[in-house]
Design a protein around this ligand. Structure first.
Ligand code: NLE
Ligand code: FE2
Length: 302
Protein backbone atom coordinates (compact mmCIF):
# COMPACT_ATOMS: atom_id res chain seq x y z
CA UNK A 1 0.00 0.00 0.00
CA UNK A 2 1.04 3.57 -0.52
CA UNK A 3 2.32 5.23 2.64
CA UNK A 4 1.17 8.81 2.68
CA UNK A 5 3.34 11.02 4.73
CA UNK A 6 2.26 14.32 6.05
CA UNK A 7 5.25 16.28 7.13
CA UNK A 8 3.75 19.72 6.69
CA UNK A 9 1.28 20.15 9.48
CA UNK A 10 1.27 17.16 11.72
CA UNK A 11 4.88 16.22 12.02
CA UNK A 12 5.13 12.58 11.21
CA UNK A 13 1.67 11.10 10.86
CA UNK A 14 2.15 8.05 8.65
CA UNK A 15 -0.75 5.94 7.56
CA UNK A 16 -2.10 4.13 4.54
CA UNK A 17 -5.59 5.22 5.55
CA UNK A 18 -6.68 8.37 3.74
CA UNK A 19 -6.82 11.57 5.73
CA UNK A 20 -6.94 15.25 4.78
CA UNK A 21 -3.46 16.76 4.63
CA UNK A 22 -4.74 20.31 4.43
CA UNK A 23 -7.98 21.94 5.50
CA UNK A 24 -9.35 22.18 1.94
CA UNK A 25 -9.24 18.39 1.66
CA UNK A 26 -11.94 18.20 4.33
CA UNK A 27 -14.37 18.83 1.48
CA UNK A 28 -13.50 15.30 0.29
CA UNK A 29 -14.49 13.41 3.47
CA UNK A 30 -17.50 11.11 3.38
CA UNK A 31 -20.45 13.12 4.71
CA UNK A 32 -23.12 10.48 4.39
CA UNK A 33 -25.45 10.79 7.39
CA UNK A 34 -27.25 8.28 9.57
CA UNK A 35 -30.71 7.99 8.07
CA UNK A 36 -32.96 8.42 11.10
CA UNK A 37 -36.00 8.87 8.86
CA UNK A 38 -35.35 5.53 7.19
CA UNK A 39 -34.61 3.88 10.53
CA UNK A 40 -37.68 5.15 12.39
CA UNK A 41 -40.15 5.22 9.50
CA UNK A 42 -43.50 6.69 10.48
CA UNK A 43 -42.47 7.06 14.12
CA UNK A 44 -39.95 9.71 13.02
CA UNK A 45 -41.21 13.00 14.57
CA UNK A 46 -42.87 15.02 11.81
CA UNK A 47 -43.04 12.10 9.39
CA UNK A 48 -46.53 13.08 8.23
CA UNK A 49 -45.78 16.80 8.11
CA UNK A 50 -44.93 17.02 4.44
CA UNK A 51 -44.01 20.68 4.47
CA UNK A 52 -41.58 20.10 7.32
CA UNK A 53 -40.08 16.97 5.78
CA UNK A 54 -39.43 18.57 2.43
CA UNK A 55 -38.00 21.71 4.03
CA UNK A 56 -35.64 19.53 6.09
CA UNK A 57 -34.57 17.54 3.05
CA UNK A 58 -33.67 20.74 1.27
CA UNK A 59 -31.70 22.22 4.17
CA UNK A 60 -29.89 18.94 4.80
CA UNK A 61 -28.87 18.47 1.20
CA UNK A 62 -26.82 21.68 1.00
CA UNK A 63 -23.27 20.63 0.13
CA UNK A 64 -21.15 22.47 2.68
CA UNK A 65 -17.57 23.49 2.02
CA UNK A 66 -14.75 24.61 4.29
CA UNK A 67 -13.93 27.31 1.74
CA UNK A 68 -17.05 29.42 2.10
CA UNK A 69 -19.87 30.07 4.57
CA UNK A 70 -23.27 28.83 3.40
CA UNK A 71 -25.98 31.34 2.53
CA UNK A 72 -28.34 31.97 5.46
CA UNK A 73 -31.18 29.50 5.93
CA UNK A 74 -34.71 30.80 5.53
CA UNK A 75 -36.38 29.39 8.67
CA UNK A 76 -40.16 29.02 8.46
CA UNK A 77 -42.30 30.46 11.30
CA UNK A 78 -42.83 26.98 12.78
CA UNK A 79 -39.09 26.44 13.10
CA UNK A 80 -38.58 29.78 14.81
CA UNK A 81 -41.42 29.01 17.23
CA UNK A 82 -39.82 25.70 18.20
CA UNK A 83 -36.52 27.50 18.69
CA UNK A 84 -38.16 30.23 20.76
CA UNK A 85 -39.92 27.77 23.06
CA UNK A 86 -36.81 25.64 23.62
CA UNK A 87 -34.48 28.61 23.95
CA UNK A 88 -36.63 30.06 26.70
CA UNK A 89 -36.74 26.78 28.67
CA UNK A 90 -33.07 26.02 28.14
CA UNK A 91 -31.92 29.50 29.03
CA UNK A 92 -33.24 29.09 32.50
CA UNK A 93 -31.43 25.76 32.97
CA UNK A 94 -28.24 27.18 31.46
CA UNK A 95 -28.38 30.16 33.75
CA UNK A 96 -28.57 27.92 36.81
CA UNK A 97 -26.37 25.00 35.87
CA UNK A 98 -24.15 25.45 32.80
CA UNK A 99 -20.42 25.88 33.41
CA UNK A 100 -19.25 29.46 33.65
CA UNK A 101 -17.32 29.39 30.36
CA UNK A 102 -20.48 28.39 28.51
CA UNK A 103 -22.66 30.90 30.38
CA UNK A 104 -20.30 33.79 29.74
CA UNK A 105 -20.12 33.17 26.01
CA UNK A 106 -23.85 32.65 25.70
CA UNK A 107 -24.30 36.04 27.29
CA UNK A 108 -21.81 37.60 24.89
CA UNK A 109 -23.63 36.03 21.94
CA UNK A 110 -26.89 37.47 23.24
CA UNK A 111 -25.40 40.91 23.81
CA UNK A 112 -24.22 40.90 20.21
CA UNK A 113 -27.69 39.78 19.11
CA UNK A 114 -26.23 36.73 17.38
CA UNK A 115 -28.31 34.62 19.77
CA UNK A 116 -31.88 35.49 20.60
CA UNK A 117 -35.08 33.57 21.33
CA UNK A 118 -36.59 35.33 18.31
CA UNK A 119 -34.40 33.88 15.58
CA UNK A 120 -32.28 30.83 14.91
CA UNK A 121 -28.64 31.87 14.62
CA UNK A 122 -27.01 31.79 11.18
CA UNK A 123 -23.61 30.31 10.35
CA UNK A 124 -22.35 33.53 8.77
CA UNK A 125 -22.67 35.48 12.03
CA UNK A 126 -21.65 32.65 14.33
CA UNK A 127 -18.55 31.91 12.27
CA UNK A 128 -17.49 35.52 12.35
CA UNK A 129 -17.75 35.42 16.13
CA UNK A 130 -16.03 32.10 16.92
CA UNK A 131 -13.35 32.39 14.27
CA UNK A 132 -12.35 35.68 15.88
CA UNK A 133 -11.96 33.86 19.19
CA UNK A 134 -10.44 30.46 18.46
CA UNK A 135 -10.31 30.01 14.67
CA UNK A 136 -12.97 27.29 14.94
CA UNK A 137 -15.55 27.28 12.18
CA UNK A 138 -18.88 25.60 11.46
CA UNK A 139 -19.30 23.77 8.17
CA UNK A 140 -22.78 22.49 7.27
CA UNK A 141 -23.65 18.80 7.07
CA UNK A 142 -27.04 17.14 6.74
CA UNK A 143 -27.06 15.15 9.98
CA UNK A 144 -24.92 12.79 12.01
CA UNK A 145 -21.90 11.90 9.85
CA UNK A 146 -19.52 9.02 10.51
CA UNK A 147 -17.10 9.45 13.43
CA UNK A 148 -13.94 9.36 11.32
CA UNK A 149 -15.05 12.26 9.10
CA UNK A 150 -16.33 14.19 12.07
CA UNK A 151 -13.05 13.83 13.98
CA UNK A 152 -11.01 14.72 10.88
CA UNK A 153 -12.83 18.06 10.91
CA UNK A 154 -11.84 18.77 14.51
CA UNK A 155 -8.16 18.35 13.60
CA UNK A 156 -8.51 21.50 11.46
CA UNK A 157 -10.79 23.29 13.92
CA UNK A 158 -13.78 22.57 11.73
CA UNK A 159 -17.05 21.55 13.34
CA UNK A 160 -19.40 19.71 11.00
CA UNK A 161 -22.74 21.11 12.02
CA UNK A 162 -26.42 20.68 11.14
CA UNK A 163 -28.85 23.47 10.19
CA UNK A 164 -32.33 21.93 10.30
CA UNK A 165 -34.44 21.88 13.46
CA UNK A 166 -36.30 19.04 15.22
CA UNK A 167 -40.04 18.78 14.66
CA UNK A 168 -42.25 20.75 17.05
CA UNK A 169 -44.19 17.62 18.08
CA UNK A 170 -41.25 16.08 20.02
CA UNK A 171 -39.08 19.00 21.10
CA UNK A 172 -37.44 18.12 24.42
CA UNK A 173 -35.24 15.22 23.42
CA UNK A 174 -34.04 13.95 20.05
CA UNK A 175 -31.32 11.42 19.22
CA UNK A 176 -30.33 13.50 16.18
CA UNK A 177 -28.15 16.60 16.22
CA UNK A 178 -30.07 19.71 15.08
CA UNK A 179 -29.69 23.49 15.53
CA UNK A 180 -30.88 23.39 19.12
CA UNK A 181 -28.26 20.80 20.01
CA UNK A 182 -25.55 22.58 18.02
CA UNK A 183 -26.18 26.17 19.06
CA UNK A 184 -27.25 25.63 22.67
CA UNK A 185 -24.89 22.72 23.24
CA UNK A 186 -21.71 22.97 21.21
CA UNK A 187 -21.19 26.35 19.65
CA UNK A 188 -20.57 28.72 22.58
CA UNK A 189 -17.68 26.62 23.87
CA UNK A 190 -15.82 26.98 20.56
CA UNK A 191 -15.11 30.56 21.56
CA UNK A 192 -12.96 29.17 24.39
CA UNK A 193 -9.36 28.45 23.43
CA UNK A 194 -8.86 25.61 25.94
CA UNK A 195 -11.97 23.88 24.68
CA UNK A 196 -10.86 24.45 21.09
CA UNK A 197 -7.50 22.84 21.89
CA UNK A 198 -9.18 19.91 23.59
CA UNK A 199 -11.25 19.26 20.45
CA UNK A 200 -8.32 19.75 18.13
CA UNK A 201 -6.27 17.29 20.19
CA UNK A 202 -8.86 14.54 19.72
CA UNK A 203 -9.12 15.43 16.03
CA UNK A 204 -5.40 15.31 15.33
CA UNK A 205 -5.11 11.85 16.85
CA UNK A 206 -7.75 10.65 14.39
CA UNK A 207 -5.82 11.52 11.23
CA UNK A 208 -5.04 8.27 9.46
CA UNK A 209 -5.87 6.30 12.64
CA UNK A 210 -7.06 2.69 12.62
CA UNK A 211 -10.78 1.98 13.05
CA UNK A 212 -10.02 0.75 16.54
CA UNK A 213 -8.40 4.04 17.54
CA UNK A 214 -11.24 6.01 15.91
CA UNK A 215 -13.71 4.11 18.06
CA UNK A 216 -11.76 4.91 21.21
CA UNK A 217 -11.42 8.58 20.29
CA UNK A 218 -15.16 8.74 19.63
CA UNK A 219 -15.83 7.42 23.11
CA UNK A 220 -13.54 10.00 24.65
CA UNK A 221 -15.22 12.74 22.62
CA UNK A 222 -18.64 11.43 23.59
CA UNK A 223 -18.04 11.33 27.35
CA UNK A 224 -16.06 14.57 27.44
CA UNK A 225 -17.71 16.91 24.95
CA UNK A 226 -21.23 15.50 24.53
CA UNK A 227 -21.85 14.40 28.11
CA UNK A 228 -19.04 15.71 30.30
CA UNK A 229 -19.47 17.44 33.65
CA UNK A 230 -17.09 19.97 35.24
CA UNK A 231 -17.13 19.82 39.03
CA UNK A 232 -20.70 20.72 39.93
CA UNK A 233 -21.47 22.54 36.69
CA UNK A 234 -22.44 21.28 33.29
CA UNK A 235 -20.63 21.20 29.95
CA UNK A 236 -22.03 18.37 27.81
CA UNK A 237 -23.66 19.49 24.56
CA UNK A 238 -25.65 16.26 24.48
CA UNK A 239 -27.83 17.51 27.32
CA UNK A 240 -27.26 21.31 27.13
CA UNK A 241 -29.57 21.30 24.10
CA UNK A 242 -32.09 18.88 25.54
CA UNK A 243 -34.28 20.43 28.22
CA UNK A 244 -35.42 17.00 29.39
CA UNK A 245 -32.00 15.37 29.70
CA UNK A 246 -30.49 18.54 31.18
CA UNK A 247 -33.08 18.50 33.96
CA UNK A 248 -32.53 14.75 34.33
CA UNK A 249 -28.78 14.99 34.90
CA UNK A 250 -29.22 17.91 37.29
CA UNK A 251 -31.72 15.81 39.27
CA UNK A 252 -29.62 12.65 39.20
CA UNK A 253 -26.17 13.69 40.32
CA UNK A 254 -25.62 10.15 41.63
CA UNK A 255 -25.07 9.14 37.99
CA UNK A 256 -21.98 11.36 37.74
CA UNK A 257 -18.64 9.62 38.32
CA UNK A 258 -15.04 10.71 38.23
CA UNK A 259 -13.43 10.50 34.79
CA UNK A 260 -12.21 6.95 34.24
CA UNK A 261 -10.62 6.19 30.88
CA UNK A 262 -10.73 2.40 31.22
CA UNK A 263 -14.40 2.42 32.09
CA UNK A 264 -15.09 4.80 29.21
CA UNK A 265 -13.25 2.65 26.69
CA UNK A 266 -15.12 -0.45 27.82
CA UNK A 267 -18.56 1.16 27.70
CA UNK A 268 -21.15 0.91 24.95
CA UNK A 269 -22.34 4.30 23.69
CA UNK A 270 -26.01 5.08 24.31
CA UNK A 271 -27.21 7.20 21.39
CA UNK A 272 -30.98 7.35 21.72
CA UNK A 273 -31.71 7.71 25.40
CA UNK A 274 -30.54 9.55 28.51
CA UNK A 275 -27.11 8.44 29.62
CA UNK A 276 -26.82 5.85 32.38
CA UNK A 277 -23.50 7.40 33.53
CA UNK A 278 -21.83 10.80 33.13
CA UNK A 279 -18.16 11.50 33.82
CA UNK A 280 -16.71 14.59 35.40
CA UNK A 281 -13.43 16.43 35.56
CA UNK A 282 -12.63 19.11 38.15
CA UNK A 283 -12.77 21.95 35.63
CA UNK A 284 -12.06 22.68 31.98
CA UNK A 285 -8.27 22.63 32.33
CA UNK A 286 -8.47 19.34 34.18
CA UNK A 287 -10.61 17.93 31.37
CA UNK A 288 -8.14 19.18 28.78
CA UNK A 289 -5.31 17.45 30.62
CA UNK A 290 -7.29 14.21 30.85
CA UNK A 291 -7.98 14.34 27.11
CA UNK A 292 -4.37 15.02 26.20
CA UNK A 293 -3.19 12.14 28.39
CA UNK A 294 -6.00 9.80 27.36
CA UNK A 295 -5.63 10.32 23.61
CA UNK A 296 -1.87 9.98 23.97
CA UNK A 297 -2.32 6.69 25.77
CA UNK A 298 -4.68 5.09 23.26
CA UNK A 299 -2.92 6.21 20.11
CA UNK A 300 0.49 5.55 21.67
CA UNK A 301 2.83 4.87 18.78
CA UNK A 302 0.75 6.57 16.07
N1 NLE B 1 -30.37 14.51 22.75
C1 NLE B 1 -29.93 15.78 22.25
C2 NLE B 1 -31.08 16.78 22.23
O1 NLE B 1 -32.22 16.39 22.39
O2 NLE B 1 -30.83 17.95 22.04
C3 NLE B 1 -29.32 15.67 20.87
C4 NLE B 1 -28.12 14.76 20.80
C5 NLE B 1 -27.42 14.79 19.45
C6 NLE B 1 -26.18 13.98 19.40
FE1 FE2 C 1 -23.03 16.80 19.26
Amino acid sequence: SIIKKNSREFGSVQSDIWFPKVEDELDLVDKTCIDFVGKLGNSYPGYDDEKYMSWCREVRSYPGSVKIDPPDVDYPADATETWNMLYTRLRDLHHKHACKEHREILKELEDLNIYSPLKIPQFSQVNKFISGKSKFKLVPVGGMINPRSFLYGLAYRVFFCTRYIRHKSVPFYTPEPDVVHEFMGHVPMFANEDFAQLNETIGKKSLGASDEVIEKLSKIYFYAVEFGVLGDSFLGSGYLGSSSEFQYVVDNKNLIRDWNLNEILESELVLSDYQPIYYKARDLLDLKRLIIEGTEQISGNL
